[in-house]
Design a binder for this molecule. Sequence first.
Ligand code: MG
Length: 231
Amino acid sequence: MSPTAAGGRRGPVWIFDLDDTLHDATTRVFPHINRAMTAYVMQHLGVDRPEADRLRIGYWHRFGATLIGLVKLHQVDATHFLRQTHDFPDLPGLVQRTPALRQILRRLPGRKIVFSNSPIHYCEAVLDALGIADCFCFEDLFTIERTGLHPKPDPIGFRRLLKARRLDPRRCVMVEDNVANLHTAKRLRMRTVLVGHTVRKPRGVDLVVRSPRQLAKALRLHRPVAARGGC
Ligand SMILES: [Mg+2]
């Protein structure tokens, strides 16, 4: 049994987004990724910077990720794109650590999984920089590759995760900074926690916390579900 399965068969299953949920990506990491994506689009589509930015943002809104637009409409190789845009040697120095994050995660009872729209090599590097890459924090890392290129909020990616880990969504608590992703989780009958600063709790969100440090509050969201079959 994984160390993170200590919550037992009836405990909660925490599904964590990575960027801007477990660490602040917006301030220092995302500007690097955005520049790399724009450069990639300019080079491979032969467009100038304003057009590359316009396409990139448009695909993000339309498909949930720049990558999907490039694959569907421009036959870009997904593996090449993900490697080129999420690979920078100074990443560990850019990742901003959330204080006491490891202790916070270890104290939460139940299984824990990371579910990210980013590629696996990047997620592993960020988790390593945060000091939470080992199995004592997370039992699995479900990344864009494993969704079959169906990034959040696409329900197909969520269902692939549920099937791969044999999860009952009623036991799952999705922790995210993106409300659209939480809406999909809610439609699949998960509990939902928004990480962020908002004065009003959005529809479909069960709890808002300002940082992972407040996650203990989310324990009250979990209602034990009678175990059936392999869930
Ligand atoms: Mg996020």
